[in-house]
Design a protein around this ligand. Structure first.
Ligand code: SAM
Length: 300
């Protein structure tokens, strides 16, 4: 069974990028009255304690949400950043940052009961899927949210196209097994054939591994072949000085030591690129450390 547990990484810089983009996309898609279906193929546990043993062990949120929220920049942040900080703050009404919402809770907070928006979640890990189910139950969201302890790549097949004909698919594997990279590409290829107008959002780690390097290139090719617009964004916060020399090129660093990640979207909202171009330099200003800082937004 997999050993990856998102609790160790919750609220890190990669979550900041992913969830900031996720909020912008869901907000855009829910601005229209028609129902939206969001399918989260790799949902995680849903909610994470930032003061838990997991989070304390890795301390990754310190270089992510906690740093961003404590920055003076938070007071006059660009829309994407302030929307993100406000949403996370809703889970922490006391003002102390104790809880971090994962993608299912980030999404659900923006969905509408009256429009009959739906959230479909897949999580394979026995402990995390149990935690997810318990967390979702507290929402009392009824039939809006459904969870399956199944392979998300497989489960997605049965859900496309959704009856609502409007959908966002979030694919956020842990890439613990190399085959995840290939499965993401195959999944996007098949999904675009079944449901070409859906919005697809893939997260991936930027690491010196051929599969990770190849994935965004493959996704660009697939989007271009399907004649669909795409957007590719990466955030590289640079290595902290004490970790700079510990990484051997060619080897996969543990995700704990991850310094960069990317999000690739097919059929992104047209408003996303300018919003990211405004937000990312500010995020980097706060989260960036040492050398190697970089950010990019490319679009077709
Ligand atoms: N999307 C979550 C978020 O942003 O809060 C984080 C997800 S975490 C990066 C990846 C999750 O996928 C892990 O909880 C792991 O147990 C789960 N997982 C791994 N392989 C899976 C598969 N084939 N189908 C469904 N879930 C899987």
């Amino acid at each position: 069974m997999f050993s990856y547990r998102h609790g160790f990484h919750a609220g890190n810089h990669a979550d900041v990028l992913k969830h900031m983009v996720l909020i912008a996309v869901v907000k855009h898609l829910t601005a229209k009255p028609a129902a939206l279906t969001v399918i989260d193929t790799h949902a995680g546990a849903g909610l994470y304690r930032l003061d838990s043993e997991f989070a304390d062990t890795s301390g990754e949120a310190q270089d992510g949400i906690l740093k961003l929220a404590a920055s003076p920049l938070a007071a006059q942040a660009p829309a994407l950043v302030s929307d993100y900080l406000e949403l996370v703050a809703r889970f922490n009404p006391s003002g102390r940052m104790k809880i971090y919402p994962g993608s299912p809770f980030v999404t659900q907070a923006l969905l509408r009961q009256e429009a009959r928006d739906k959230l479909r979640l897949f999580e394979l890990h026995p402990t995390d899927s149990k935690a997810l189910a318990a967390h979702v139950e507290q929402l009392e969201a009824g039939r809006q949210v459904a969870i399956k302890r199944e392979d998300g790549f497989e489960g997605l097949r049965a859900l496309l196209p959704p009856p609502s004909r409007r959908a966002l698919v979030l694919i956020d594997p842990s890439y613990e097994i190399k085959s995840d990279y290939g499965r993401v590409g195959a999944c996007i290829q098949e999904s675009l054939k079944k449901f070409a107008t859906g919005t697809y959002m893939v997260w991936y780690p930027v690491i010196p591994r051929p599969e990770a390097h190849e994935l965004p290139r493959r996704l660009k090719t697939l989007a271009n072949q399907a004649g669909k617009p795409w957007l590719h964004v990466t955030l590289n916060i640079g290595q902290s000085p004490e970790r700079a020399d510990t990484h051997t090129p060619g080897e996969t660093p543990p995700r704990q030591g991850l310094t960069a990640s990317g999000v690739f979207l097919v059929n992104p909202p047209h408003t996303l690129k300018p919003a990211l171009q405004e937000a990312l330099p500010k995020v980097l200003e706060v989260l960036g450390r040492g050398r190697g800082q970089a950010q990019a937004v490319e679009a077709s």
